[in-house]
Structures are given as C-alpha cells and as structure tokens.
Design a binder for this molecule. Structure first.
Ligand code: MN
Ligand code: MN
Length: 464
C-alpha cells in the first residue's frame, strides 16, 4: 500500500466528510433489514394517529409500561404512558438522575398528509356516488389521482357509541379512488400548472355505482351507499357530521430495490421517527435522564389543537410528572434537552437543482441533524445553539453512531417547519434529528433501511 502524503494526512485530519454507511459498515445491513421488519408492521398498523396510538399502547404494555398516575412515587427504570384523547401518546422511563437535572424529550408526529372527508361528504352525480374531500396537510394533489385508497377513522353515532372504520386494508376489501383523465382527452388539462393538475374540488372519491331498485327515490345511487354503511356500521347520513373519516393510500409497506435496501410506504413522515424513537424508548432500562417520548398529532396542519404541540398538553404532563418529585416544572424544563424527531428531504439526483449539495442529507448516510428549518431567512424555526449541537453530537459520537448534517433544500427554494419551535418555546434546548426521505409527502415515500436503523441507534444514544 502506498503511504499517505503529508497533504493527504492533513486533509484527513482537518476536513469534514460524511460517509456512506453501506460502504463503511456493511455488517449493519443485516441488522437494519431485521429492524425494518418491525417498522413495516408498525406502518401498516399506524396509517392514522388513532390507530398508531392504539398499536403503540399494545407494544408499550408488552414492554412493561403502565398508565401514569399522578402523585405516585416512581423509581429509576419505572415505565409509564399517558394517552391524550387517543391521538397522542407520551411514554416515560424514569432515569437515575433526579428530575431537577432535566429530562430528555424525544418528539415525533404520527399524523400524515391525507384526504379527509368533508363534514357532509356524500353525493351522486350522473349515476355515480362520491365523497367530497378536504385535504389534510401539504399534498401535491396530482399524485392522489388513480391511487387506490383506504377509508379509516371514527364515527360517533347518535347514541354516543364509537364506530371505527377500516376499509381497504384487508386482502378482499374494496378500495376507493380519485379518477383522472385519459391522455387522449387531457389536452386542456395538460395546459394547467402542476399545482392545478388536480384541483382541490376535483379530489372526489368514487364510492359506488349501483342504485337502490326504486324509481321513486331521489338519489338512488347515494342511497345505496348509505344503505351499505347503515347495514355495516349502523350509520345514517347525519352521522357523517359526528365523524373523522379519512382516505389514505391502501398500499402496504414494502421493500424497494433489487437489493431491498429501502422501505416504500405511505406516512413515513413522520412514523419513521415515531417508530425509531419508540423502539429506543421501549428499550431504555435505567437511563441517566428521565425520558419523555411523545408521539404527537396535528403537525401537518401547524400543530394547533388539543392534540397538537401548540397546546399545553405536554406542559400539563410535565407538571404532573415533576409533582411526583416535588419539583417545579420550570426548573426541570430549563435543564432539559429535546430531539425534535422529524424527517428531512433526502437529496434526489433527478431533481438536484432544488438542493444545495454540501448542506443536503443523503440516503444511507444516517440520521440527519437539522440545525434549523423555516423559510425566508429561517422564519418560523428553532435554530439550535452551538452548545446544543455540541451536546447532541457528543451523544452520537460517544456511541459511534454515523450521522449527517443537512438543511431543507436551497435557500429560498421553499422551506418548512417542524415541532422543534414549540418545545424550544418551553425553554428547552432543542434540535431536529430524523431520517432522510425521498418523495416526502407523496402517497408512497422512500427511506433507507440503514438510515432507519441508525436513527434508532441515535435515539438510543440520546436515551442512555
Ligand atoms: Mn410533513
Ligand atoms: Mn414531519
């Protein structure tokens, strides 16, 4: 082997390079594949936040978690959970340090962009029955045409009973669809901008095409759909007014690529961070700092509402938690740290022009530390301090976790936000850490298995 020149040695010593995990640590590939089997299962059970919370409680109880009780005395290693309205879940493992040393927060969101039904959704037109929708979160509307969709959500019936719908997921289930034009007749539609390819009021869900056999009936095709819903769920049309129903891609999580190195699925933003944070939380034994792992809702619509991060839900939990040790919540928060666990846009060679290559994250280079997000000069962003970056990077280095740095695309190419600012506003040092994603917010998003596994390792390192 040729010995290195002085210049090469200097370069190695002084320059920062981010390495590909597949090249540096091929032995991790098998572990990553194994880890992602549980991840794919989690995705298939977590298409909406309610289902995610329900599935997660099952996993948590199997790992020894019990519901949190106010005023109880807990010891290091105790594990508790708190369920907020069936849509958020907070999990805690009590640490060895007293709470006045601060806690380690790890917060991911479990809501994903989708097509919600309007409050009064059902209609028929020209002998076909449809649901009207109002999209939830940031979608590229044209991507949702001709994609098989499943119906999920909850209806509260007049008598106060709750009915959960879940149609389009089982092997013989029917699915639903938004139609689009054939190319032969799309000359005029093709003149629209991509943003208008399918318009909001065109995202109508085809739900039926047979009538009730009675020519005295005003809307026989709509009535047929209602009669099926009534038979199966006891619903009438009025019950849509007491419902949260949504259409999500029916596709299950699958491997992508001949080498099966990637996961393709709906809702990986941000269930990929939810799962990796959850696995790190469940496996924490007696961490130094008490952990507070929160799976939150409403991130995709701006975090407002009683189940979103802009609410006092987490603050109130923290008040109850610190009360157990007779502490004041402000003393605990100011010493705490948070990983805001959310995804970032992976560099896409096909669309390289929206990325700044030197500050983008890449598939297979590990979890991405995103110092700030925001748009138009970091507006609406938490910008992590040098000290916070130091502390988090040190956690990763101490545990030999490969990671990378990245920001969301070129300056002024667009932008976005995460929940980081809400927790930072509670006087907690916070930084974003998560998985790079290709085709983020599409009905089918792509992640790398090595990144998923290394993100879990990063959260484990933080929870030590
Ligand atoms: Mn998102
Ligand atoms: Mn996200």
């Amino acid at each position: 082997m040729m010995s290195k020149t002085d210049g090469q040695k200097l370069e190695e010593k002084l320059c920062y390079t981010i390495k590909n995990i597949g090249m540096e640590r091929p032995e991790a590939i098998e572990k990553a594949e194994e880890f992602c089997e549980g991840y794919k299962k989690f995705l298939n059970h977590s298409k909406i936040e309610r289902e995610c919370v329900k599935y997660t409680i099952g996993l948590a109880e199997d790992a020894g978690y019990v519901p949190f009780e106010r005023g109880r005395k807990y010891v290091p290693g105790d594990k508790v959970y708190y369920n907020n309205r069936g849509k958020n879940l907070i999990l805690t493992t009590f640490g060895q340090n007293p709470l006045d040393q601060g806690v380690h927060f790890n917060i991911a969101h479990i809501d994903s962009p989708r097509l919600d039904l309007k409050p009064n959704p059902l209609y028929e037109k020209d002998e076909l029955a449809y649901f009207k929708t109002h999209y939830y979160g940031g979608i590229r509307k044209y991507q949702w045409g001709t994609t098989p969709l499943a119906l999920h959500g909850r209806v509260m019936l007049k008598d106060g009973s709750a009915v959960d719908l879940h149609i389009g997921e089982e092997k013989d289930d029917p699915v639903f669809v938004v139609t689009d034009l054939l190319p032969h007749l799309a000359a005029k539609q093709n003149q629209r901008t991509l943003a208008e390819g399918l318009r909001g009021e065109e995202l109508n869900i085809l739900v039926g095409s047979t009538p009730i056999q009675d020519d005295k009936v005003k809307a026989a095709f709509k009535l047929k759909v209602l009669s099926i819903l009534n038979e199966r769920f006891g619903m009438t049309e009025e019950d849509f007014l007491r419902a949260e129903l949504t259409l999500v891609p029916a596709q299950k999580a699958v491997d992508v690529g001949l080498d099966r190195s990637m996961v393709g699925a709906y809702g990986q933003d941000d269930k990929v961070c939810a799962y990796t944070a959850l696995m790190a939380e469940l496996s924490a034994e007696k961490p130094a700092f008490t952990t507070v792992t929160l799976l939150t809702d409403k991130e995709e619509t701006g975090s407002q509402g009683a189940t979103g991060m802009a609410s006092d839900m987490l603050l109130h939990y923290m008040e109850d938690l610190v009360e157990c040790e007779g502490e004041r919540v402000r003393d605990v928060l100011r010493k705490s740290m948070c990983l805001s666990a959310d995804v970032n846009a992976a560099y896409d060679p096909t669309f390289a022009d929206v990325f700044e290559a030197q500050n983008s994250c890449y598939l297979n280079k590990g979890p991405v530390l995103t110092k700030y997000t925001g748009a138009r000069g970091k507006s609406g962003s938490n910008d992590a301090s040098a000290e916070t970056m130091y502390r988090v990077i040190r956690c990763l280095e101490d545990e030999d976790v490969m990671w990378q740095i990245g920001e969301l695309g070129k300056v002024d190419a667009g932008g976005g936000g995460t929940i980081a600012m809400f927790i930072a506003d509670m006087n907690v040092d916070t930084v974003d850490l998560g998985v790079p994603v290709l085709a983020m917010h599409a009905p089918f998003e792509i992640t790398s298995k090595l990144d998923v596994y290394y993100t879990y390792r990063a959260f484990r390192a933080f929870n030590r």
